[in-house]
Design a binder for this molecule. Structure first.
Ligand code: BES
Ligand code: ZN
Ligand code: ZN
Length: 515
């Protein structure tokens, strides 16, 4: 064979086998049946009632399963598991407790996640999860949870077989056996699998270090992920932003050798001519603080300061993937915040595209700076019916709410209540915070329309600042997700690391209010 041919062939092969960000077990669906061996998971309600898979295996093992459960103190409580190796002909049998509160989608997702996380790394090429119910919807939520729980980001590890938190979930399949049978597969593929793909895509983006993901690269990854989806993509580069006078985003990006971008991903699955929902995300691919440089401890975590942008963009790709009947646009305000000879200084006055000016007090309050122009542009171009922005905006919100809730700041109770409800339903919880008109006082500047910091309460005035770029006629909510974007320890459906907080929430918000 000729050399050029070999070169081309090997390049094509390399393309086919691009390192995946994470290995995944594929989800499949089959009829209900309790396998007699292999790697199997079952679920049982509190009190270990008779009549289901637990009972079947107990009978088959001459009561050994109940005796073991008794000995181990396993009662089927929620969040409890019984993990047996080499028992009754099984390589591994995992019994997951369901508690007694009834089976809600979130519980199913947690069960799927627990199974994937506990058994996913086993060598078995096939894991079987037996569910004693018959709804296709339940099977979907189990698979959704499993797909979220098995996520790991291991593309930079040369040894993927150790059992570190982030290690590879292994390959093969995870079979969900239920009375819904194999028919559950198509519903899953066209709906929740799309959302799982969106969540895991957002996690990939937020896990990437700053030397692998910068504004243009973020755009390239989104283009790749959007291939084949019915979305349209618009990107503003520096000359385009200069023409529009977007000093807000340009001033944040001017210290970096990697230029900023404004990315819009629009999906029109709803009625023609109906105003879209707008989801706007902070996309700082690395936040050093700029000239107001951050302390070194934990500065590395600021590679995740684009989590809001990742969440809103991924949400829209997920909505397009599952063909949601809604019009929606995601805006990612992308910049790298770096100190350098060309960086913006504290004291600089910046004119944004709307004409409003602000004085920079801290170059580390850059999230609100990039969002000004993103908000102005999406209102001008798309006339949205509402706006939700998502941003890792302030350390103050972490002090206030810890890791349990993201801060919700809103003008308008209806939108706030819908988002709070979506938070409860999706497991991505929000807590409403005050947004007072008199926060304006703290943001007065002697030289410009506003100043970008130097006032309290930190998270509230940040929200207020952003709101100054949103028309009072448009319902608007701001989610401060600092501290929610990254978990140090895992939950069943959220492995440690990048959480993609916001994707499940916004998808649920759309399902419940706009479909
Ligand atoms: N990206 C940070 C906020 C942050 C902190 C996110 C910790 C996640 C974890 C943001 O740009 C920032 O630095 N905010 C400043 C604002 C201040 C200078 C007014 C903050 O919160 O200290
Ligand atoms: Zn900052
Ligand atoms: Zn930041």
């Amino acid at each position: 064979m000729s050399r050029p041919f070999l070169a081309v062939a090997s390049a094509l092969l390399a393309l086919l086998f691009l390192p995946q960000a994470h290995a995944q077990r594929t989800m499949s669906f089959a009829d209900h049946q309790v396998p007699e061996g292999g790697t199997v998971a079952i679920a049982v309600a509190e009190g270990l009632p008779a009549g289901g898979s637990f009972d079947a295996i107990d009978t088959r093992s001459d009561g050994a399963l109940r005796r073991l459960a008794e000995a181990e103190g396993f009662k089927g409580r929620k969040d409890s598991t019984l993990d047996l190796r080499g028992f009754a002909g099984y390589d591994r049998l995992l019994v997951v407790g369901l508690g007694k509160d009834g089976v809600e989608p979130l519980l199913l997702e947690d069960v799927g996640g627990t199974v994937a996380r506990t058994l996913g790394k086993a060598r078995a090429s096939r894991i079987e999860l037996v569910w004693d119910g018959s709804e296709a919807d339940a099977a979907s939520h189990l698979a959704f949870g499993a797909e979220l729980g098995q996520y790991g980001f291991d593309k930079y590890r040369s040894r993927k077989d150790d059992d570190a938190e982030q290690a590879s979930p292994g390959t093969g399949e995870l079979v969900i056996r239920s009375h819904a049978g194999a028919g559950a597969a198509s519903a899953y593929a066209s709906d929740w699998q799309q959302v799982a793909g969106a969540v895991n895509f957002a996690r990939d983006l937020a896990s990437e270090p700053g030397n692998a993901l910068w504004p243009e690269e973020f755009v390239a990854r989104v283009r790749e992920q959007a291939r084949g989806l019915p979305v349209s993509i618009e990107v503003l580069d520096v000359p385009a932003m200069e023409r529009l006078g977007m000093g807000g985003i340009l001033s944040v990006g001017q210290g970096s050798v990697r230029p900023p971008r404004l990315l819009l991903v629009s999906y029109r699955g709803g009625a023609a001519g109906e105003a879209p929902l707008a989801f706007v995300g902070k996309g700082i691919t690395f936040d050093s603080g700029g000239i107001t440089i951050k302390p070194g401890t934990n500065m590395w975590q600021m590679k995740g300061d684009m989590s809001g942008a990742a969440a809103v963009t991924a949400t829209v790709l997920g909505l397009a993937g599952r063909k949601a009947p809604v019009n929606v646009v995601a805006v990612a305000a992308l910049a790298e915040n770096m100190p350098s000879g060309s960086a913006a200084r504290p004291g600089d006055v910046v004119r944004t595209a709307s004409g409003k000016t602000f004085e920079i007090i801290s170059t580390d309050a850059e999230g609100r700076m990039v969002l000004t122009d993103a908000l102005w542009y999406v209102q001008r171009q798309h006339k949205p019916r509402l706006i939700v922005d998502v941003a890792t905006l302030t350390g103050a919100i972490m002090t206030a709410l810890g890791n349990d809730y993201a801060g919700l700041f809103a003008r308008g109770d209806e939108l706030a209540d819908q988002l709070l409800a979506a938070g409860e339903a999706s497991g991505e919880l929000l807590w409403r915070m005050p947004l007072r008109d008199d926060y304006a006082k703290g943001l007065k500047s002697p030289i410009a329309d506003l100043r970008n910091g130097g006032a309290t309460p930190g998270a509230g005035v940040a929200a207020y600042f952003i709101g100054e770029w949103v028309s009072r006629d448009v319902p608007w909510a701001h989610l401060d997700i600092a501290g929610k974007d990254w978990y140090d320890s895992a939950k069943p459906t959220v492995p440690a690391g990048a959480t993609a907080f916001g994707v499940r929430l916004l998808d649920r918000f759309v399902r419940d209010n706009h479909e």
